[in-house]
Design a protein around this ligand. Structure first.
Ligand code: SF4
Ligand code: SF4
Length: 369
């Protein structure tokens, strides 16, 4: 129910100016994945759907709003400022609303960013922009943030901060940029970023699913002492750790695949987005509502699984704001019955688990952070 929610993540657009190689919206950082994204005419959430998401009731319920997602860069939405104006105008005001925006920061003029700071500088709102900056020189930064311009990112962040905007520097650490982390940290302080955050750049994406379906594992790029080499995802240390963990849980004599099959059926799943004080939902640019951002791209990335497990039970429209209001969607069996029972008793209930739930919230989850 809306009133029980604490947080909401909304992907207002599937649009982006960059081509980061691990991003769901492209293939190997080279070409757009139109099969997953759909046509460009549908990439921007229309204002009438934005208003169906951010109703007074929703804004009254949640404390945390994140404008982020799997496919797009929020400020790329052509009407982004009006979306923000709508949130500002309809937030309750008697309590603090925290809004976080994630961006590569390499679009729009400094004037645009200055005005964004003005719009969001209101009482009882904390509005923070997280800039993704993966290096301290253009070459290093754009190794991952392909097609972005580091100087432009710095200029935009500065313009936003100079006008009172709050920022954080988000850095993904890879082998090739690890040596720049301390420099980036001190630069972030000098430039006035409110916080500097580093996360490791290894995604667990599709590993388990491919393994269970006997499909070839996808290629990954790793660098050893800054020299790039091609490896497969399963050669990454975190997956070796997962295989070891699963072997220990079940049977040393069985194959990895057999153990993973057991694991997929039996591991304890703790739904990170359905905890008493951490109850959230995720809304995609096409108006589709999900429990979380991990399952948010399920119907695009694993369309067969989504069709077999979910669409075969409920059809295609049950969780789409173009057809239903938010209250009706959240009261649907998918949220109340399917997901919880798939975590507790997938065999007895007949509600099969989504692979993303196993991958992201299974017992091994501590190994993947
Ligand atoms: S900036 Fe974000 S949305 Fe854009 S390509 Fe990179 S990861 Fe994807
Ligand atoms: S992946 Fe599944 S279990 Fe994890 S938070 Fe999302 S819905 Fe919950």
């Amino acid at each position: 129910m809306i009133d029980d929610l604490n947080k909401i993540m909304v992907e207002v657009t599937g649009r982006c100016n960059a081509m980061c190689p691990n991003c769901s919206r492209n293939i190997d950082g080279i070409k757009l994945d139109y099969d997953a994204l759909g046509p460009a005419s549908g990439w921007d959430m229309p204002m009438h759907i934005v208003k169906k998401v951010f109703t007074n009731r929703m804004l009254n319920a949640v404390d945390d709003i994140e404008l982020n997602g799997c496919f797009g860069d929020a400020p790329s939405h052509p009407d982004f400022k009006n979306i923000v104006r709508h949130i500002v105008a309809n937030s309750p005001g008697y309590k603090e609303t925290r809004v976080q925006v994630h961006t590569n920061g390499s679009i729009h003029s400094t004037e645009w960013w200055r005005e964004l700071a003005e719009i969001t500088n209101v009482p009882n709102m904390s509005f923070v922009v997280h800039f993704a900056i993966d290096g301290v020189d253009q070459e290093t930064h754009s190794t991952y943030r392909r097609l972005t311009n580091l100087q432009k990112v710095f200029d935009n962040a500065k313009a936003f901060m100079d006008n009172g905007g709050e920022t954080q520097w988000e850095m993904i650490e890879f082998d090739y940029n690890a040596h720049q982390v301390p420099i980036a940290r001190s630069m972030s302080k000098e430039m006035g970023f409110g916080q500097f955050n580093v996360k490791k750049g290894n995604r667990n994406f599709v590993y388990l699913k491919n393994k269970l379906e006997n499909k070839p594992v996808i290629k990954a790029e790793e660098s050893k002492k800054h020299k790039k080499t091609n490896i497969t995802v399963e050669q990454r240390p975190k997956f070796k750790a997962l295989e070891k963990f699963v072997k220990k849980e079940f049977d040393d004599n069985k194959s990895t695949k057999q153990n993973l099959e057991q694991y997929a059926k039996k591991t304890d799943i703790v739904c990170k987005w359905d905890q008493p004080k951490e109850k959230g939902i995720f809304v995609e640019y096409d108006g589709v509502v999900h429990r979380c951002c991990y399952t948010g791209d399920n119907h695009r990335i694993f369309p067969k699984e989504w069709k077999d497990k979910i669409v075969s039970n409920y059809g295609e429209k049950f969780n789409n704001l173009h057809y239903h209001d938010m209250q009706t969607i959240l009261a649907h069996d998918y949220f109340h019955k399917y997901l919880p029972q798939s975590f507790e008793d997938p065999t007895g209930s007949g509600y099969q688990r989504l692979t993303k739930c196993i991958e992201n919230c299974g017992k091994h989850r501590h190994l993947l952070n």
